[in-house]
Design a protein around this ligand. Structure first.
Ligand code: DOR
Ligand code: ZN
Length: 430
């Protein structure tokens, strides 16, 4: 099947392209980009007024399979991803059982293939059972196709173990995705520690809980080498430390999530547990620091930390509810607000959502270069729409953004030359 994307704004930061032109896809690959390409028997997609960008990659999602298929599965998570404009996702290892062995990685890959919607690149656990005691068989996990290692959801509190993890992972070229949280500073906390937590009478999680571990792991990278990618960075101080580490040329990268630039701890005053996630929503100063770091590239990429939970679990007191919110279907709309408010250029946004995660993970994605897999997202940057819970493809509905009007959404998601989503409808994988 041949497709010609006609007259769209083609934004491809890797090739420094941001111009109105055509793009031709043939047999699953990108074969030509340029002006006035002739259809030559291809299906023509009118992209006038739309952006044509390399498929979005979400390098931090929780798909809950195996173990909590009541919250999400590879199928429903893939559908949510396709709907949100994502062509690739990286599911975290904190499932039940944990993805800490060859069989678990192989299961994810075969299930993703069976579903056949988006690319699923598994992240395997750093430690067996996420217990933080003994390293997983990193070499074996790498050999069967995990692309990074993470105990996400939990910190690796033992510095010696983290040191060894960095050393082993480096032998296979894999980054460690670090969930930074000092256990003693975290204990019992449910929201950001500050004025609002005091007023609301909720136990706080101070921002130093994150930055103290960021500082430790920067020191470890300096000492033993290896690559650390800091997951869901939320605090100004963490960002300062990462900026300085990058200035020194250390192999550190990081991500933030849309909620860390869209909401603050003040939004929790409704006591709605859909505003509860880990790390927590932080102060206005932190939000400003996150935006600045997205602009200057200190924050490499935006990932959702899509964390589905059931309605029963979330519909309880703030204290008792689990941490986490879904994000795959709201991310692009929230991220486009950074463009609409002049924080990022379109090309910078495409880099944070596609090129940068692919590059830091060493995956051959994130560009529209000739010969690449035709993973493409077509975006209407100006369409205004309202996020409604009944429209979610995700099995879970735990989003604090339900009811919010967003500007901009994905119109087409194409994976390897197949359209998997068009105008909000999933077109394959039922
Ligand atoms: O809010 C969160 N939810 N943060 C995490 O790190 C884990 C995640 C989950 O698995 O629910
Ligand atoms: Zn996570």
């Amino acid at each position: 099947m041949k497709f010609l994307f006609k007259g769209g704004r083609v934004i491809d930061p890797k090739n420094k392209r941001d111009e109105r032109c055509d793009l031709l896809v043939e047999r699953g690959k990108i074969v030509q980009v340029g002006k006035h390409l002739s259809p030559n028997g291809s299906q023509v997609i009118d992209a006038d007024g739309l952006w044509v960008v390399p498929g979005l990659m979400d390098m931090h999602v929780h798909l809950r399979q195996p173990g909590r298929e009541d919250k999400e599965t590879i199928l429903t998570g893939s559908r949510a991803a396709a709907k949100g404009g994502f062509t690739s996702v990286l599911p975290m290892a904190n499932t039940d059982p944990v993805v800490d062995n060859r069989g678990a990685v192989e299961f994810l890959l075969s299930e993703a293939k069976r579903v056949g919607l988006v690319n699923v690149f598994p992240v395997a656990a750093v430690t067996k059972g996420l217990k933080g005691e003994e390293l997983s068989e990193i070499g074996e996990l790498a050999s069967v196709g995990c692309v990074a290692l993470s105990d996400d959801g939990k910190p690796i509190h033992n510095a010696k173990l983290m040191r060894h993890a960095l050393e082993y992972a480096a032998m296979f070229g894999l980054p460690i995705i670090a969930h930074e949280q000092d256990p003693s500073l975290f204990e019992g906390g449910v929201m950001h520690e500050g004025y609002t937590s005091t007023v609301l009478g909720l136990r706080g999680i101070p921002s130093v809980c994150e930055s103290i571990m960021v500082a430790r792991d920067i020191e470890l990278v300096k000492f033993v080498g290896g690559k650390v990618h800091f997951a869901h960075v939320s605090s100004e101080r963490s960002i300062e430390l990462i900026r300085e580490a990058k200035r020194q040329g250390l192999a550190v990268t990081c991500e933030t999530a849309p909620h860390y630039f869209s909401l603050t701890d003040k939004d929790i005053s409704c006591f709605d547990a859909n505003f509860k996630m880990n790390p927590p929503l932080r102060s206005e100063e932190d939000v400003e620091a996150v935006k600045k770091a997205l602009k200057d590239g200190t924050i490499d990429c935006i990932a959702t930390d899509h964390a589905p939970h059931t309605e029963q679990e979330k519909d309880t007191e703030f204290d008792a509810a689990p941490f986490g919110i879904i994000g795959l279907e709201s991310s692009l709309g929230l991220c486009l607000s950074l463009v609409h408010t002049g924080v990022l250029t379109p090309s910078e946004l495409v880099s944070r959502m596609s090129l940068a995660p692919a590059t830091l993970l060493g995956l051959p994605k994130g560009t529209l270069s000739i010969g690449m897999d035709a993973d493409i997202t077509v975006i209407d940057p100006d369409e205004t729409w309202t996020l409604r819970s009944e429209d979610f493809e995700s099995k879970s509905k735990n989003s604090p953004f339900v009811g919010r009007t967003l500007k901009g959404r994905a119109k087409i998601t194409m994976v390897s030359g197949r359209i998997v989503m068009k105008d909000g409808k999933i077109t394959k994988g039922d």
